[in-house]
Design a protein around this ligand. Sequence first.
Ligand code: NAG
Ligand code: NAG
Ligand code: NAG
Length: 832
Amino acid sequence: MKRRSFSVLPLFVAGVCLVVLVIVAPSEAISHTKYKVSGKDVVPSRYVVEFDYGDSKSANSFVHSVQSKFKKAKTHIAEQYEHNIFNGFSFGLNDLDEIEHNTALKTVLDYSHVKAVYPVRVVRRPKVTVEKASSKGKEASILPHAMTQADHVHSELKKFGKDIKVGVIDFGVDYFHPALGGGFGKGFKVQYGYDLVGSAYTGENSPAPDSDPLDNCPADTESGGHGTHASGIIAGYAAKPDVLTKAYLMAYDAGMDVMSVSIGEDNAWSSGSDTIVAQPIAEKGIPFIVSAGNSDSSDVFTVGMPSTAKDVWSIASVENDNNMIKTFKACSASKKMEYMNSSTSQIPNGIVVSGDKNIGSDKDACDASTTPDLKVKLAITQRGGCNFDDKAANVAKAGAIGLIIYDKSGSVFTPINPKATIPAIGISAADGLTLLDGIKSGAETLKFDLAPTIIPTKNGGHISGFSSIGASYELDLKPSLARVGGGIYSTLPRNFQSWGFMSSTSMAAPYVSGSVALLIEARGLKKKNLVISQQLKNYALKLTHTKGKNEIESPLLQGAGLVQVYDAISGKVNVSPTQISFNDTSSFAKYKTQTLTVHNTGKARVVFKVINEPSVAVAPYNHQDYIFKTSVTLSAGQKTIVRITVVPPKTNPKDHIMCGGYIHFKSSNRKSALDATVPYFGVVGKQRELSLFDAKYPYLSDTNGTKVYSKSQTYIYDRSNCKTIPNIVYRLLTPTAKFDVDVLNAKTKKSIRKTMTDSVYLARNSLFEDGYSSKVTWDTTYVFNTFSGIPAKIPVPSGTYILNLRALKLLGNPKDPKDWETFQTGPVVVKN
Ligand SMILES: *[C@@H]1O[C@H](CO)[C@@H](O)[C@H](O)[C@H]1NC(C)=O
Ligand SMILES: *[C@@H]1O[C@H](CO)[C@@H](O)[C@H](O)[C@H]1NC(C)=O
Ligand SMILES: *[C@@H]1O[C@H](CO)[C@@H](O)[C@H](O)[C@H]1NC(C)=O
């Protein structure tokens, strides 16, 4: 009864400097079971509302009723989703103060037909590297088609994916590119398309949709040619944040046979909000293909949403076998030298001389006064001191016909010199010094090769170093499949020189979509068919680990393996499910025995040995203890069930070893049947026992986040000085599905109230380095639910408090107090 009186306190008490800082999401005072906050990068005051199934109430009347209750509110509907897959809308709620805002939101949450409300987040553009640009198209051996058997399908079966509609959800496409059909609309390769955000969209501003998905952004913009590159890999859609939901539904309604998405977020929860539309579409048997992510393969659980959704295909990247380089021959050197360039004109052959009187000066050719006479010569200079355009202008003034820039210490690079009047190229430091030696010992001449040279790639045929690793936090086996994504040669927008190399799992995902198109066409399969996924996964090629060349790479890096589209088309036996997770030791009883259905759809009798092939474990261990042996014989059309029981290795459960491998159906006669495989994995140990908070954390820190207060130190917050407001700094070693903070009375240790809403589906902090942590500012309020049900943020009265942080252990039961990890800070004195 006593506590209730606080509800009459105004939020902003005179003289009290209350800085309300964002904790995980804005409106953190909202604590409601239907309110689903997950992750960072929240767009303030914008929400997606999901209606319960079957609700036909339109977004307009809904927002109207909110508006009539909150007259001051400025509301607008951003997107509407009236769809059997996802029913709801997104809207902006502005011009209300915080209490009114939260009250309005609470009203929305309380409508019985509202299933959930999600704050809108920004989805960042994926990182890709445009490695080289080239004006030439289609050098055969640089295309990775041989690695994935697409060459066979093209040449032997003459299938090119005709009439298969692939929906690409990406950043726009330069459909005027000749290889993408040179136009837009009926009769062109890019037939449908919509720009849901407009070219000026950043994720933070308002989208300005138009019906033209053209990517003609200039070369220095962030678009990076991503969409055009992806479209060149398959044969159009463009979109971003809560807009993605709209894009998925539009592509679905446009009858796309395949969805290809190369946009995502670093968070490995299978059930995070990004997956709510992707999962039901995938469940219908439409291949929903998403890049696994480019978060580096040195850590587990780095696969990103929405590729983590249960039935969505998460695509890892494999390095291309070959790479294409541009070369020239210097008269004084026996080996050819590599160069890169960005100018459009061909650099001429000729005599090369020093482009600066003090060559190697750290400011070569930055000043016209140190440039010698260079008439009709190629000039060489060291990189640095000024930009490439200035260097080119100075040597051109002195008569040079081309510029060669060598790096000070590194390797070959691309000089960006848009204003240069003469062509310029970049070469390595070593080659630069060789040329300078050549110049010293007499005339040095250069002859440029007109055709590019194909060279083998170092890690060709292995998983790319940037490709993200599974599993999902719920222990679904991810990624699902691999395809070549490292060093992909494809279309770039014409503003980016039309053709070039890019590396990213974003490149691998559209490539898989292309394979799906070939498979559907060649097999005459019905669309929306689970067989599509079975065929591609069962017949994928298992890659080896980069180190032990004979050891099989873990399914947590490659999923079922590298797509082999020809085998997927010709394989007559399919095995389902296409992957198995034995979960962890806590759930072992439930998952240790699983069944596989093997179906012979062919006309011949087939015999398989069923073999266990363990892969390298993801922790640096290698265990071979999953045991079973059997064989199966299937007559034409027959189906049988194989029961697999796992015997976990006797490793220390504290190591949480993730072991896996492949159940290999080895055919006794490759003429009657191809080999098929199913990947599996499981964790030895209980995920629930993993600690959540890093030992050095959590702690309180000052406003700057620099000074650390240990549990024995008292923190003093003086409300008359905002610069003394406290921060809670924590570091999650393990992801958590629920996180909250309670305010305790320091003396009684009793809880007063929560300080913030429950956060859901938080990813763990990066473990690459010390120092990756999350900071939450405690604005010294707590959340109070009044009798009218309206939550308010109430400043605590002056006094001493302790904060109690609680996080739900991984795969833990929220109702079991033992499944929560807690941490109490030292005392915080709050003075008015
Ligand atoms: C770079 O050099 C090549 C070969 O020297 C030339 O054909 C091309 O026009 C130059 N520019 C680009 C963008 O490749
Ligand atoms: C593993 O077990 C946990 C706890 O029962 C469950 O929540 C999770 O969905 C399971 N994962 C898979 C892939 O079955
Ligand atoms: C916090 O940072 C500001 C700006 O860098 C600095 O002026 C101030 O002294 C710092 N305060 C503390 C307590 O370190």
